[in-house]
Design a protein around this ligand. Structure first.
Ligand SMILES: [Zn+2]
Length: 248
């Protein structure tokens, strides 16, 4: 599904467009002209990564041109399909250096899959497949995607090692926010070991100062212009010493 000349939505489940596995986050493809990149390959429950490959082809894009898979964070609805995606594409995996060891091990406890199964969000027989991380990312890193540039920001709070990506060089500037902030300034606090509200506020304050047009979150509504206003709304709530509206 083409959003702009630069970005497509090629996957998403129940909390998205229902065009791939039911727990998949929004799966984005960046089209730089010379190469493609994926942001968050999804969960891979019910329908595997082949459904996403079919969507990419339906959009007129060739998956063989995908060179990079970038992940915002290690929750399974974002990276469950990472091992399968890396295995079938000629692409390198990019993830935060903070959680790269957990992704390589398929560490279900670190990724809170154990508690996610306990509440029935994930099926009991779902496993987080270990996935090699080829490139470890840190604050301020720049990743070239053809003639575009992705700037990396560490934005913990929703979980440890959460990253946000600022893409420039296309028809507009895009913020890939993962699960940091959603339409209307909502956030996603959960009672899990690495969700930290002070870190969350600092991440929001950092990102609301950046210049971008489109907010491309991991779930729910997408905002192609004025995306910053949603981050600022969350920032306003934190500045009043309160908490933005939570998704749960
Ligand atoms: Zn998450």
């Amino acid at each position: 599904m083409k959003l702009t000349s630069d970005v497509y939505v090629v996957g998403g489940g129940y909390y998205g467009f229902n065009i791939s596995g039911r727990l998949d986050c929004h799966v984005y493809v960046i089209n730089s002209g010379t190469e493609l990149a994926i942001v968050d390959p999804g969960c891979g429950i019910d329908r595997d990564f082949k459904a996403i490959l079919a969507n990419i082809r339906d959009d007129g894009l060739d998956p063989k041109r995908i060179r990079k898979i970038l992940v915002t964070h290690y929750h399974c609805d974002h990276i469950g399909a990472a091992a399968e995606a890396r295995g079938c594409l000629d692409a390198e995996m990019y993830a935060s250096k903070i959680v790269a060891p957990n992704i390589r091990e398929g560490d279900e406890k670190a990724a809170s899959l154990d508690v996610g199964k306990a509440v029935g969000f994930y099926p009991q027989d779902f496993d987080l497949k270990p996935c090699e991380v080829d490139v470890e990312l840190s604050e301020g890193d720049l990743v070239r995607i053809g003639n575009m540039t992705m700037e990396i920001f560490e934005t913990p709070g929703h979980c440890e090692g959460h990253l946000s990506f600022l893409l420039s060089g296309g028809e507009r500037k895009y913020l890939f926010g993962g699960d940091m902030v959603f339409w209307g300034g909502r956030i996603l606090l959960q009672n899990i070991h690495d969700c930290k509200i002070n870190d969350y506020a600092e991440s929001i304050f950092k990102i609301e100062k950046k210049d971008f047009d489109a907010l491309l979150p991991g779930h729910l509504q997408i905002s192609l212009s004025d995306g910053k206003s949603h981050v600022q709304k969350a920032g306003d709530a934190f500045r009043k010493l309160g908490v933005p509206q939570n998704l749960l």
